[in-house]
Design a protein around this ligand. Structure first.
Ligand SMILES: [Zn+2]
Length: 322
């Protein structure tokens, strides 16, 4: 790949979505003009039924290349679960975003694993290792996701003070504690290594607005970190206005409860819940084979499950106190 992120050898490319190709180690593209600055790793499609993040990254790389804009540091765009993206499924053998704790990573590096997602994770680890090895400044990872339910998009922040600081620039509600309620995601991996990590849930999987939300958040992150000038962000004010409108007036929220599920529960979310909708203690949110599933406390519901695959039924958050 040359410094503009164009692939030099077309034979190494694989088509994962209409009009989207990846190179070796899941690379969607890369921009490195040799300037000092942060290493920013954007990843999308860590869940294969969430192509919006891949599309958002592709748009940013294309715009920066087209404008020939100065970029400080290194911007690396990665596709997550390439095999699952091609099939349009969340994963093939296991959830790719649940085994990034250091123990699992160390074991995988030693054994090379055997499942489809073991291969995907090893390839991503090569890409992450390369990003870390060649960093000339701070390393920041943003993982782009989408949701089965409609509702308010949000930023997942980690414990790192700079992560919370950065989230304030991204014009969406910041959610703390989700990285502990859903352990061993890529957020855990990067923060364990001492880097800054954020994730964004951009909206419903198929909605066109989800691509726009994810793209806007990533643009704001690039500018906030000084990788690009604020004037480089296309339609900056309109993007901020759209993000604030989609974020409604939901405050910063801390996750206080996870409702984990197993296939034998036959968990069924009640229809109509939207992400970050307010709920009240005792409210029946879902049914399973044991009967009604109620909200344990007042708060906001997060990630209500409206797809067949997954082991998180929903989360409840309460207003985060500063
Ligand atoms: Zn996801």
């Amino acid at each position: 790949m040359n410094q503009n992120g164009d692939f030099v050898d077309d034979t190494l490319l694989t088509t994962i979505l209409p009009g989207v190709q990846v190179g070796p180690n899941h690379r969607l593209g890369e921009i490195d003009q040799g300037r000092a600055g942060p290493t920013i790793v954007l990843s999308g499609g860590m869940h294969g039924n969430e192509p919006a993040g891949v599309r958002a990254i592709q748009r940013i790389l294309a715009t920066l290349r087209g404008d020939n804009a100065p970029v400080a540091g290194r911007l690396l765009g990665l596709a997550g679960n390439v095999g699952a993206l091609r099939l349009g499924v969340r994963y093939t053998d296991r959830d790719l975003n649940r085994s990034w704790d250091l123990a699992s990573v160390t074991q995988l590096r030693a054994t090379h694993g055997h499942t489809a997602e073991d291969v995907e994770q090893l390839e991503l680890l090569h890409a992450f290792d390369d990003a870390v090895a060649h960093a000339r400044g701070p390393i920041v990872h943003l993982d782009l996701h989408s949701m089965s339910a409609d509702g308010v998009p949000f930023i997942v922040v980690c414990d790192h003070p700079q992560s919370i600081q950065l989230a304030r620039d991204l014009c969406l509600p910041g959610i703390a504690g989700l990285e502990k309620a859903i352990p061993a995601t890529t957020i855990e991996y990067f923060t364990t290594l001492g880097h800054i990590a954020l994730a964004v849930e951009g909206g419903q999987h198929e909605a066109e607005s989800t691509v726009d939300t994810l793209e806007s958040v990533a643009w704001l992150l690039l500018a906030s970190l000084g990788a690009i000038a604020w004037t480089t962000v296309p339609d900056l004010q309109e993007r901020r206005d759209r993000l604030r409108a989609r974020g409604l007036d939901v405050p910063a929220v801390k996750v206080t409860y996870r409702h984990g599920i197993a296939p034998e529960d036959h968990f069924r979310m009640k229809p109509g819940y939207r992400n970050l909708q307010p709920v009240h203690a005792g409210e029946v949110l879902a049914e399973d084979d044991r009967g009604p599933v109620r909200a344990p406390a007042d708060g906001w519901i997060l990630l209500p499950l409206y797809q067949a695959v997954g082991n998180d039924g929903f989360f409840i958050g309460s207003a985060a106190t500063a």
